[in-house]
Design a binder for this molecule. Structure first.
Ligand SMILES: *[C@@H]1O[C@H](CO)[C@@H](O)[C@H](O)[C@H]1NC(C)=O
Ligand SMILES: *[C@@H]1O[C@H](CO)[C@@H](O)[C@H](O)[C@H]1NC(C)=O
Ligand SMILES: *[C@@H]1O[C@H](CO)[C@@H](O)[C@H](O)[C@H]1NC(C)=O
Ligand SMILES: *[C@@H]1O[C@H](CO)[C@@H](O)[C@H](O)[C@H]1NC(C)=O
Ligand SMILES: *[C@@H]1O[C@H](CO)[C@@H](O)[C@H](O)[C@H]1NC(C)=O
Ligand SMILES: *[C@@H]1O[C@H](CO)[C@@H](O)[C@H](O)[C@H]1NC(C)=O
Ligand SMILES: *[C@@H]1O[C@H](CO)[C@@H](O)[C@H](O)[C@H]1NC(C)=O
Ligand SMILES: *[C@@H]1O[C@H](CO)[C@@H](O)[C@H](O)[C@H]1NC(C)=O
Ligand SMILES: *[C@@H]1O[C@H](CO)[C@@H](O)[C@H](O)[C@H]1NC(C)=O
Ligand SMILES: *[C@@H]1O[C@H](CO)[C@@H](O)[C@H](O)[C@H]1NC(C)=O
Ligand SMILES: *[C@@H]1O[C@H](CO)[C@@H](O)[C@H](O)[C@H]1NC(C)=O
Ligand SMILES: *[C@@H]1O[C@H](CO)[C@@H](O)[C@H](O)[C@H]1NC(C)=O
Length: 540
């Protein structure tokens, strides 16, 4: 991408060159440009700690700096045009001399440990097209002089510790800008209202994980090339501009945990996002029904509307979104039944419909969504049995069915869910003995098993000790279990929480490793138990 546009600038270089030669005005020093570049590179090197000895062993004056690692020069003159030291663990601050590399068009120092301010002198590099300082520890405000970089195409300052505000005029002269990444810094204040008024080519905007407040500028919607807009994890407020829902190129819209964003999402022809792939609005204040406009986003892969105030059924139009991988609608006011049509979404890997008011049974057809690795239906009013077919979800890692009114036994088909990591069944009316624990011993990755507050009966069988050695939490309190804690439980070498309180266990015996009726925390595999302070038994 860089090559053709750089050759387009060669005539300008030539003109600059010719005028420099013909005028031959005296410089402050006697250095020619090439010598100035050398001095600048050496100044940079001198100020950086270099634990991998990348510069120390290579940037030596024996060879022309044009052959130094990370340095590229213009063909006709010995001037540095690109400096790219990526992931080289350089530590320290950038010498201001960097502003003397006046032919520089690419500066890429991503993934180092550079700190201190971004030198104001960078603003002198008027040929700069790519500036990438991502993943360093630069602090303080973004220098206003960067606003002089009129040829900039990509500006990436994400994953640093930059603070202060984004200045209103920062981008006003960056007519060619295609990408701005300020993600994960400590920037505050508002997104300036006119920030994007002179950046018609802008395609990518990442402002997420900062402390930005105030509204999202309406003018954004006039960026006709915009493909990615992400502002998640800020403290924005106000209305999400309606016009943003009519943008022909937009692929990614991320508004997760923005704070207090509200608004109506258009339901008529004003909603047109034909290229949309990723949309998250989680953790805001949106209300009303789920916007039907998404039904026409045929490329949609992720739709996260969770943690808002939508009141709606789980729409059947979702079943048309055949590319959908992630569908998260939890913590809204979901009503009605789980639609069988969801089983048409065979690419779905995450489905969350938790924390609503869903009624009825879990459709056994959900067992057809073979790609699922996360399924959360917890905290609804689901009734009936857990369908055996869920055992067909062999990729499932997390299954949450907690806080419903499910009854019957836990299907032994769960033995087929070999990747199961978390099984959370608490607060239902599940019954039966604990035979399913034997089935679960086939799930060698199980880490968390919560079956508390149900109506399980019988004794805790010895094969509880055969559950995965990965098991770290076994929570079975508030059931109707009898007997005692089998010694085989000591096979669970990674366990740190066993809670079998509030069952029908008999009084503790003298054997200190067989204490019951209390909340146990196993601190080490060698059977050292300690009760939480509010419980009376301590065995050790
Ligand atoms: C700049 O100076 C260096 C060494 O002093 C010399 O080798 C080089 O040819 C000079 N370059 C130009 C363009 O004058
Ligand atoms: C410096 O690194 C470059 C590029 O990896 C290599 O071509 C050159 O030989 C190295 N120079 C020295 C002196 O090690
Ligand atoms: C280069 O930059 C530094 C610091 O910004 C400055 O002190 C120096 O005089 C500049 N010029 C040359 C020719 O090195
Ligand atoms: C900087 O280098 C990294 C790693 O090679 C690359 O991913 C990134 O795109 C480069 N930055 C720019 C602005 O080209
Ligand atoms: C660069 O920007 C600063 C501050 O925005 C300004 O004062 C200065 O005149 C600009 N310099 C050039 C060469 O444009
Ligand atoms: C953004 O911040 C959130 C909340 O602090 C955090 O969970 C998330 O990992 C961050 N994202 C990135 C990409 O840094
Ligand atoms: C949202 O608004 C409430 C009430 O006005 C306020 O207390 C809260 O701090 C706001 N939250 C954010 C993240 O801005
Ligand atoms: C679409 O609905 C919005 C309200 O949601 C309304 O403001 C707008 O005028 C409508 N547009 C059309 C083209 O009907
Ligand atoms: C959607 O955007 C297009 C292009 O910007 C515009 O022409 C059209 O009027 C907009 N449609 C609606 C209904 O707002
Ligand atoms: C689900 O798929 C079946 C078979 O492919 C099809 O008949 C049905 O209409 C689809 N349902 C929805 C809601 O798209
Ligand atoms: C959820 O929606 C139902 C039906 O509209 C309503 O009766 C109920 O009060 C709502 N609950 C909450 C917590 O908003
Ligand atoms: C739980 O199931 C048992 C046995 O089926 C039944 O007697 C009881 O009423 C149920 N309890 C609740 C709260 O639904």
């Amino acid at each position: 991408m860089a090559a053709p546009s750089m050759s387009a600038h060669i005539p300008i270089f030539v003109i600059v060159l010719l005028s420099a030669v013909s005028c031959s005005y005296p410089s402050l020093t006697n250095r020619n440009g090439s010598e100035t570049d050398l001095a600048a590179l050496l100044a940079l090197k001198a100020q950086l700690a270099d634990p991998l000895r990348i510069l120390a062993d290579n940037w030596t004056t024996g060879t022309s700096f044009c052959h130094w690692v990370g340095v590229s020069c213009s063909l006709r003159r010995q001037r540095v045009t690109a400096l790219s030291l990526v992931d080289t663990r350089l530590v320290g601050s950038l010498a201001p001399h960097i502003g003397n590399l006046s032919f520089l068009s690419i500066l890429n120092l991503t993934r180092n440990n550079l700190m201190g301010s971004i030198p104001v002198e960078l603003g002198r590099l008027h040929r700069l097209r790519y500036l990438d300082l991502m993943r360093n520890r630069f602090s303080d405000a973004i220098p206003t002089t960067l606003g002089n970089l009129t040829r900039l195409v990509r500006l990436r300052l994400g994953y640093n510790e930059l603070s202060g505000q984004i200045r209103p005029g920062m981008l006003i002269r960056m007519h060619n800008l295609k990408e701005i990444v300020l993600h994960q810094n400590e920037l505050g204040g508002q997104i300036p209202l006119y920030l994007f008024n002179n950046t018609p080519s802008l395609a990518v905007i990442h402002l997420g994980n900062n402390s930005l407040s105030g509204p999202i500028p309406t003018a954004l919607a006039s960026l006709s090339m915009l493909e990615v807009f992400s502002v998640q994890h800020n403290q924005l407020s106000g209305l999400l501009p309606q016009a943003m829902f009519n943008m022909s190129k937009l692929r990614v819209m991320a508004f997760e945990d923005c704070g207090n964003l509200t608004g109506m999402i258009p339901t008529n022809q004003s909603f047109s996002l034909p290229m949309l792939q990723f949309f998250t609005l989680a953790g805001n204040k949106f209300a009303g029904r789920f916007p039907i406009g998404f039904a026409s986003c045929q490329y949609l892969q992720a739709l996260d509307l969770s943690r808002n105030s939508f009141v709606d059924v789980v729409p059947t139009w979702l079943a048309k979104l055949s590319q959908l991988k992630k569908l998260l609608l939890g913590s809204n006011n979901l009503t009605g039944f789980i639609p069988v049509a969801l089983s048409n979404l065979t690419s779905l890997s995450m489905l969350a419909l938790d924390n609503g008011n869903l009624k009825g049974e879990i459709p056994h057809e959900l067992g057809l969504i073979h790609e699922l690795w996360y399924l959360n239906l917890g905290q609804n009013q689901l009734t009936g049995k857990i369908p055996d077919s869920l055992g067909n979800l062999s990729k499932l890692s997390t299954l949450g069915l907690y806080r419903n009114q499910l009854s019957g036994q836990v299907p032994t088909t769960f033995e087929k869910i070999v990747h199961l990591n978390k099984l959370v069944l608490n607060h239902n009316n599940l019954t039966g003995n604990l035979d399913f624990l034997s089935a679960l011993s086939k799930c060698r990755q199980l880490q968390i098993l919560d079956m508390s507050s149900n109506s399980f009966t019988g004794i805790l069988p010895g094969y509880v000790g055969n559950i995965s050695t990965q098991l770290s939490m076994f929570i079975a309190h508030s059931n109707k279990l009898t007997g005692g804690l089998p010694l085989a439980i000591s096979n669970l070498s990674n366990i740190y929480l066993i809670d079998i309180s509030n069952n029908l266990f008999v009084e503790p015996s003298q054997n200190p490793s067989l204490c019951w009726k209390i909340l146990y925390i196993l601190i080490s595999p060698t059977m050292i138990w300690q009760a939480l302070s509010q419980h009376k038994w301590v065995c050790s």
